[in-house]
Design a protein around this ligand. Structure first.
Ligand code: GLY
Ligand code: MN
Length: 467
């Protein structure tokens, strides 16, 4: 947990940015796996963590804008709990650690919210995503569960996005830690991968590293020799000589700040000439995009620049043709690069996505697009000092998509389908780094992680593990 002054400052800022009423933050309860007492790995709500710091279930917080008070709700444990869980810090001590004077039993939340509603005061809350919190909100406000999301406060969403988008020095230090763990996971994977083993062995190995150094993985490990499947969570394939392996994974620190890296490895330890050529294009898109990061530039522009690098590399390779600017404007490159260049990173791997991507990644100036590919861009707006983002271009050969586009003759002025056909079994390549926007440019987070062909091949040749 950070110093209490950090949480006090954040809540005071929120009070300045929200005009009136009462701001309600529901912490997450436990979630059961297969019977009530057997629960999933606990994950606190990120907005609760940001403003009230505690990483424990069954808590709630209120920031009262009208009377300047903060309140902390939760129950002290009894002797039955102590027998099973050991002695626990009291609620009052917990409240004190995040600078809150008013501490109440959980049920008092109903009185506080109920009285506010009777007085006609506005109750601000964020869009709920857990069923139990949707039910709790219904009990607190009387709003039907099917309608509750539409009652989430836009004023609050905008105020939270404004604060959480700019990472302070304490958060940057945590994100650097998360990136160091992520870097270690990927370096360890490079040394572990070899033909003949099953993907799950690598996935389990790196997940263990995340869990041994922090709060586990920041999202389920994506790892596959079928890298053309963008988020492939099944890890059953035996890896073979000649395969390319995409690993997209990151760690959460004990305070739940996230990292998110992708590397693409030749299972044999050496890239084949064709793999190397396409890899170099993705690498160029990754590095030039990172170099373009600085305050004031829109991420949409950088995404389009990466798209042109990809299209141009594919043209050199005979897979695309025609004028590259026109091809990218039309969206033809999205056959090979159907996702966005990146997203915000913070307490969530897709930071603040619970609040609505449109509010996180876009604004009055830059709107989400509807064109296939560009429509998947999660961050389009102008970069600011203190943003932490991912940069993750890729090239994929997706047989089902190739078949549809080819069948429709789509963008046939820009795509050499006969050549593309031959690469249907190629898989995919993605290279992803985590980047802090500084006053005059960028800083790549985490200990250096191999990404050039030479560095990856050298790291894979060295089987010494450092964990
Ligand atoms: N690394 C997972 C994602 O960015 O969606
Ligand atoms: Mn990512």
């Amino acid at each position: 947990m950070f110093e209490k002054s950090v949480y006090i400052k954040r809540r005071n800022q929120l009070r300045k940015d929200v005009s009136s009423g009462l701001i309600l933050f529901l912490g997450n309860p436990e979630a059961s796996m297969n019977y009530p007492a057997n629960t999933f790995h606990y994950r606190q709500d990120s907005n609760f963590l940001y403003f009230f710091g505690h990483n424990l279930p069954d808590l709630a917080g209120i920031v009262d804008v009208d009377n300047g008070k903060d309140l902390f709700f939760g129950n002290d444990v009894d002797i039955d709990d102590i027998i099973w869980m050991g002695p626990q810090e009291s609620m009052r001590e917990k409240a004190e650690r995040v600078g809150v004077e008013n501490c109440e039993p959980f049920n008092r939340l109903f009185d506080y919210v109920g009285e506010a509603i009777k007085k006609g005061r506005k109750i601000h809350f964020t869009p709920p995503y857990r069923a139990l919190n949707i039910i709790l909100l219904e009990k607190l406000t009387g709003i039907h569960p099917s309608k509750i999301k539409s009652y989430a406060s836009l004023e609050l969403i905008r105020a939270i996005v404004k604060q959480r988008s700019i990472k302070d020095k304490f958060e940057i230090a945590e994100l650097e830690k998360a990136a160091d763990i992520g870097s270690l996971m990927h370096t360890s994977a490079m040394r572990f991968v070899k033909p003949g083993i099953i993907e799950q062995e690598v996935a389990g190995y790196i997940e263990g590293i995340a869990l041994s150094k922090g709060n586990g993985v920041s999202f389920p490990v994506i790892l596959s020799v079928n890298g053309e499947i963008l988020h492939n969570h099944s890890h059953n394939n035996i890896m073979r000589e000649g395969d390319l392996l995409v690993i997209d994974s990151g760690a959460a620190t004990f305070m739940d700040y996230a990292s998110d890296f992708t590397r693409t490895l030749p299972v044999s330890g050496r890239f084949l000439p064709e793999q190397k050529a396409i890899y170099e294009t993705v690498l160029e898109a990754n590095m030039k995009s990172i170099e373009a990061c600085k305050p004031g530039v829109t991420y949409k522009e950088i995404h389009l620049m990466a798209s042109r690098i990809i299209a141009s590399g594919l043209k050199d390779f005979g897979l695309m043709k025609g004028n590259i600017d026109n091809a990218v404007e039309a969206g033809a490159h999205a056959l090979f690069f159907p996702h966005g260049l990146g997203h915000m990173l913070g307490l969530d791997v897709h930071d603040m996505e619970d609040l609505g991507q449109i509010y996180v990644g876009f604004d009055d100036e830059i709107h989400p697009a509807s064109q296939f590919g560009l429509a998947s861009l999660r961050l389009g707006r102008r970069l600011q000092e203190g943003f932490v983002i991912t940069v993750e271009p890729g090239i994929y050969f997706i047989p089902a998509l190739i078949d549809i586009w080819k069948g429709e003759g789509k963008y046939s002025e820009f795509i050499n389908y006969d050549k593309v056909e031959k690469l249907k079994g190629f898989g995919g390549i993605r290279i992803e780094d985590d980047v802090l926007i500084t006053s005059d440019g960028y800083h790549v987070l985490g200990k250096p992680l191999a990404k050039s062909v030479k560095d990856i091949e050298e790291t894979m040749a060295d089987k010494t593990q450092n964990v």
